[in-house]
Design a protein around this ligand. Structure first.
Ligand code: FES
Length: 576
């Protein structure tokens, strides 16, 4: 079975031994009712599964894994499914991001420690995608990503709903415009099938990144979780990974600088999540591609948003799939000179060969360059004395007149204070105020929660205010929207200028000029700094302690400093 391989399989380091060693490893595996010919040099393919009932978005992954398994067997490989930590977005506290790097370590060490020649990554809910890509990238075996797909369109009292509607309906609830009974119906109808959030939130964005990077099959991003074609895609990935192992196509052959540049442009064209910046930066640095947040502005900010999906647009992921999905976006980018067409993909063909013939079936959902949803609307990276290492805003999701704004700061030292004071009807705030929150960065919280889209103060909400400038070192859910400046770096907890902002300070936001300025003189800032003490978390033990001592800043991908890079796939020493 190894004749067509250019390189020996790493699994043969376990199963190919002639003496006691090979006997022990084979014998224990045969307890799973495995026939002896499975050790004859067939590729052993890991199916890395983030199935968990605590991650509802990935709760169909047992079935998905079975389809991958069938594909592997059909192609002459041997499947070996294994579980890893599943950081689900909805239930994990303090935030799933806190577990992203831990999961990546689990993935990396699980692959390297075991007789795995190639791996299929099953991922869906937000953090499961970057953590699996990061971990696999640090081993660099042949890899295919399979996303779980979005859930069906939500349904609520005759209305078609997306997750982004939840934020608006929550505001209606806070205003007393809808009651408890309606909320109960909404609860049941909003998320009514398997799958990830049904808009262009972080999960869908990251699934699109998998496709744009070429590490997933065409149509990976948008086929709904409950559509039979999702299972077929999983099966085809199972077949394909066996070929990638035989040809020794490593992850690093796919995840090149060109692939990441393609992904940045796709992110802009789909109106993708701000979280993609942090996650792709971390993945790139694992595989040895140097990316900075400035790449996102340089390559993506002039790309028009083509996809009319919530939260930037109005449709949902199911509609995106039916309109043609990411292949149509790639074709549009390619035809307009914004795609590295030769970037290689896991199909064995270039990204252009995969998608050049893609057809659009609904031009309201996927627009053309001539008639985009929005022009020049990729993510913008801001600089200034308030964010010397950068901050991020998604202009397409903001009230447009707020993209140039000057206002006085209303300052919250942490998330708890933010929640308490914003509910106070006597809070001294106007629609022109700038809400500033500290200590929600990677180290400060810790884990950089999705709290950047602070709620509009209740008293302004009842006056009809729907957006305000908000600034923090936190992240924002990909399902959220607003004039929200995120990922301020350095964060407050490590002494960034954000830590020095005081109530009433003037702040100027100028997105077209890419500036964010705290209008306080250097002398006064130095005085404030001389009496500053960190308000960030100070855990004394366990993973939280490891986290705050080693997490990088947002502009560096918020990876652990000791995880950046790749240690390769050499099998570890054998204890026998
Ligand atoms: Fe899991 Fe949105 S909460 S994908």
């Amino acid at each position: 079975m190894t004749d067509d391989l250019k390189h020996p399989l790493r699994s043969q380091s376990w199963f190919g031994g002639k003496g006691l060693k090979g006997f022990v490893d084979r014998s224990w595996v045969r307890s799973r009712s495995v026939p002896g010919d499975h050790f004859d040099g067939r590729p052993i393919i890991g199916i890395c599964n983030t199935w968990s009932e605590l991650t509802p978005c990935n709760s169909h992954f047992r079935v998905l894994a079975e389809h991958v398994r069938m594909g592997i067997l059909e192609a002459g490989g041997v499947p070996a499914e294994f579980p890893v930590t599943s950081p689900g977005e909805t239930l994990t506290r303090p935030t799933a991001m806190f577990l992203r790097n831990l999961t990546s370590m689990d993935v990396e060490e699980s692959i390297r420690a075991n007789p795995i020649d190639g791996v299929v990554l099953l991922m869906g809910c937000d953090k499961t995608t970057p953590s699996l890509l990061m971990g696999a990238a640090s081993v660099n075996v042949p890899t295919i990503g399979v996303s779980g797909g979005p859930m069906l369109n939500g349904s609520f009292r005759g209305r078609r709903l997306g997750i982004a509607d939840m934020w608006k309906l929550a505001d209606d609830f806070r205003k007393g415009e809808i009651g408890q009974d309606e909320m109960a119906d909404l609860e049941a109808g909003l998320n009514r099938s398997n799958g990830s959030c049904n808009i262009m939130g972080t999960a869908s964005t990251m699934a699109a990144m998998v496709e744009a990077l070429g590490i997933g099959l065409p149509e990976n991003a948008a086929i709904p979780a409950s559509d039979a074609r999702r299972n077929v895609l999983a099966r085809m990935a199972g077949r394909r990974i066996v070929e990638l192992v035989r040809q020794q196509v490593l992850m690093s052959h796919i995840l090149t600088r060109e692939a990441f540049e393609n992904a940045i442009r796709v992110n802009a064209a789909i109106g993708g999540s701000t979280n993609a910046i942090i996650h792709l930066t971390a993945v790139a640095r694992r595989i040895g591609v140097e990316m900075t947040i400035d790449d996102w502005d340089r390559l993506g900010s002039s790309v028009p948003t083509l996809v009319n999906i919530q939260p930037s647009g109005e449709h949902l992921m199911q509609d995106f799939h039916e309109a043609g999905g990411v292949p149509v976006v790639l074709r549009e980018l390619g035809e307009n000179g914004l795609l590295h067409k030769d970037a290689m993909t896991v199909t064995g063909q270039s990204i252009w060969d995969n998608n050049a013939q893609a057809k659009c079936w609904n031009r309201d959902v996927i627009r053309t360059f001539a008639e985009p949803l929005m022009r020049d609307s990729g993510l913008a990276v801001l600089r200034g004395n308030l964010c010397p290492d950068g901050a991020v805003i998604k202009p397409s999701a903001a009230q447009q007149d707020l993209l140039r704004h000057r206002g006085r700061a209303v300052v919250f030292e942490n998330a708890e204070e933010m929640h308490r004071r914003l509910a106070d009807p006597d809070l001294d705030v106007t629609a022109d105020s700038v809400l500033v929150m500290k200590n929600c960065g990677p180290r400060g919280y810790p884990g950089m929660p999705e709290l950047g889209n602070m709620p509009i103060p209740r008293k302004l909400l009842t006056q009809g205010v729907t957006d305000m400038v908000r600034i923090s070192d936190a992240r924002m859910s990909g399902t959220a929207f607003g004039a929200v400046v995120l990922h301020v770096s350095p964060e407050a907890a490590v002494g960034g200028t954000l830590a020095l902002v005081e109530e009433g300070d003037w702040i100027e936001l100028d997105v077209p000029a890419r500036r964010l300025t705290l209008e306080v003189g250097d002398e006064e800032l130095a005085r404030r700094r001389s009496v500053w003490t960190s308000g960030g978390a100070k855990p004394e033990r366990g993973f939280a302690k490891l986290y705050v001592e080693h997490v990088n800043q947002a502009h560096d991908g918020a990876d652990f400093d000791f995880l950046v890079g790749c240690s390769g796939s050499e099998p570890p020493p054998d204890q026998h």
